[in-house]
Design a protein around this ligand. Sequence first.
Ligand code: S3P
Length: 420
Amino acid sequence: MSAGPDIDLPGDKSLTHRALVLAALANGESVLHHPLTSLDARSMAAALRKLGVSVSPLRSAVRINGRGLRSFSQPTGSIHCGNSGTAARFLLGLLAASPLVVRVTGDRSLRRRPMRRVTEPLSRMGASFIEFAGDGLPVEVRGGRVRPLDYASDTASAQVKTALLLAGLIGGVEVSVTEPVRSRDHTERMLRALGVDVETQNTTVHLSPTDSLPRFTGRVPGDPSAAAFLIAGALMTGLPQFTLRNMAINPTRIGFVNALRRMGADITIREVSEFLGEPVGEVVVRASELSGTTVEAHEVPTLIDEIPVLAVLASTCSGTTTFRGVSELRIKESDRLALLASNLVAVGADCQASGDVLEVEGMSRPPKGSIETGNDHRMAMAFATLDRMPGASIRLSETASPRVSYPAFFEDLDRVAPRG
Ligand code: S3P
């Protein structure tokens, strides 16, 4: 059988954000090859430049000149994070332990996303925050010396965990974070790869202070959250086989592969290399007959960003698919729980969202109708993928939002799931 189209996935979003930040805090020039170059990654790079770090334009490689853990300088004006929740929350952590006064803001969608989940524990460390819009942005951070923190978080959020670890790293204090379920562990792995003492026990992460981070060079592996759309498109349209090389395969990120396998998908993964403690693999997807499954609450952190595309895929399979414990979807780039349900109904599927459960029934007719993306990149990409189903006809309210995370999305989708 032919190997099928060969796709060069964009660099992973979570890893690009973290690598930019850690390079900015390191000593000397780091070079990152194949970073994500989307709007979200640019927001992070621009924020670091505003804090005085030299970061070259985000192209096929980016050079970052780190000047150490405590080298940020006072910016003029606010730092604008665009649509990026990851950039905003990481910055709140970085600024909490820096002796600066900085206002952080973002676009309309980001301004309504909750920040107290980060500012509350950072306040316990000694930082102060002035809110201008309740729980959302803008927020002014008054940072400086911080105290150690031992924090039990009531949500599994890698953005919260990372913000607290970054504050401890810059502030030179111990930080422990316990989560109800373990969230993606990129920050821990990358810090460990750079020689920092970070220990993990069950769902608790403990960081010990360090004096400096070494500079580093590497190639950012492909984004599994971007891959999920292509995999779903290929499975929906029956592409016999295709291969994704150099995809990040951290188990805390690829819960969607487990869910797809339970649905009957033939997906094989072979580990081939490593990037800062992160496993990188080759993924082969073969045409398969799919049926519904149940995604339990404990799995949700491992596939949180893939629920929109899993839900649209579920609407094309036989049987019912149930997602439990998905209330975090309400506070993503849009209220994804409400929008997913209303959009699936709008294209003819039987779907319900109640409490923290989403239920999708497989439909027998091709999806047809107009959907509202809410300017949410993952909503737009999920329904653009569903539109590749044979016989489908779906109109999206906009097609610009994918630039936030996946600039070449439509070109790549055309290659694995061309319009029939
Ligand atoms: C991310 C963590 C997740 C995820 C987001 C990226 C990260 O958010 O949805 O796209 O890189 O740490 P939460 O930490 O809020 O769950």
